[in-house]
Design a protein around this ligand. Structure first.
Ligand SMILES: NC(=O)c1ccc[n+]([C@@H]2O[C@H](COP(=O)([O-])OP(=O)(O)OC[C@H]3O[C@@H](n4cnc5c(N)ncnc54)[C@H](OP(=O)(O)O)[C@@H]3O)[C@@H](O)[C@H]2O)c1
Length: 284
């Protein structure tokens, strides 16, 4: 079984691929798609095959999926990019990758998505059966581009497509936790961020990749304890700005996802149930 992984030079992908390789059984191998050959070298050293190119290039997609049994599409463009790029990579290139995979006879396709596809106003944890209604100025085209990619990929005939929706991912030296203050500094004190440690995001994605009989299924992946804006400041060792206490949280359930389905159906249990558990284990 050959598995293609995209987005492997990113924060999630670079921590997912070593775990995928470490758990590989005899006969299982991994191919990675990278844009820069030099950045593929660490993966080659771990035993992965490397294909170089951009996801928006149809010729590259053909090379990347040739002979592949499964795809895990981790790649996305959302960190400060213009909306056109978000649409081009997160929706158009993801769907083209799905079509190329379908044409090449790939059996299984895991699309990595985000809890931001749910949007606001549910009054309870978000479940995979909820209709997606992404929006909000903060993230531009990112949530909608990911939601459309999910829909179009799940509609492809004859390929087993699965979706994993991630929370805010942190840990193992990822600067994301410190970066959270860029937004959390403008939140209400009680506003919460739902987290997932890299070890648990990889665990969730591996379960989604390997489980039999879940074609077309969507799974939320997250830990058990969303943290407030106050705690994010404390965790980063920064004073809590006074303004936080003057604001009201507009939606206490924004991007807070239920993990009931992945627990019940795939046996997922976070290794780090909270950011505090990860901190105390030295895994930040
Ligand atoms: N991190 C989070 O908290 C979080 C939360 C929810 C969902 N997610 C999802 O998780 C996935 C990974 O996120 P991340 O945090 O790892 O993102 P990241 O650090 O920004 O990495 C993005 C990856 O995608 C690759 N990529 C972007 N445009 C590409 C293109 N045109 N062709 C080929 N590769 C391209 C990047 O390659 P280069 O290195 O060459 O730029 C990089 O490897 C995404 O699908 C994202 O939507 C992440």
């Amino acid at each position: 079984m050959l598995t293609l992984v995209t987005g492997t030079t990113g924060q999630v992908g670079r921590r997912f691929v070593p775990r995928l390789l470490a758990q590989a059984r005899p006969g299982e191998s991994v191919r990675v798609l990278v844009r820069d050959a030099a950045r593929g070298e660490p993966f080659a050293e771990l035993g992965a095959e490397v294909v170089v190119g951009d996801l928006r290039d149809a010729e590259v997609l053909g090379k990347a999926v040739a002979g592949v049994d499964a795809v895990v599409n981790v790649a996305a463009s959302f960190r400060g990019v213009p909306d056109e790029e978000a649409w081009a990579v997160n929706r158009d290139a993801a769907v083209e990758l799905g079509r190329a995979a379908q044409a090449a006879g790939v059996r299984r396709f895991v699309q990595v998505s985000t809890g931001l596809v749910y949007g606001v106003g549910r009054g309870r944890p978000l479940t995979e059966d909820d209709e997606t209604r992404p929006g909000g100025a903060m993230w531009g085209a990112y949530p909608e581009s990911k939601a459309q990619a999910e829909r179009e990929l799940l509609a492809l005939d004859g390929m087993d497509v699965r979706v994993g929706r991630l929370p805010f991912v942190y840990g193992e030296g990822d600067p994301h936790l410190a970066q959270s203050l860029m937004w959390a500094g403008n939140w209400a004190a009680t506003q919460r961020l739902q987290m997932g440690h890299h070890a648990d995001v990889a665990q969730g994605l591996l379960r989604i990749l390997h489980a039999p009989g879940i074609a077309g299924r969507i799974y939320n992946i997250a830990d058990d304890a969303p943290v407030t804006a106050v705690e994010l400041h404390q965790l980063n060792g920064v004073d809590v700005p006074e303004g936080l206490y003057d604001r009201t949280d507009p939606d206490p359930w924004l991007a807070i996802m239920s993990t009931e389905r992945i627990r019940r159906e795939l046996g997922y249990r976070p290794v780090y149930p909270s950011v505090y558990a990860a901190r105390d284990a030295g895994a930040l």
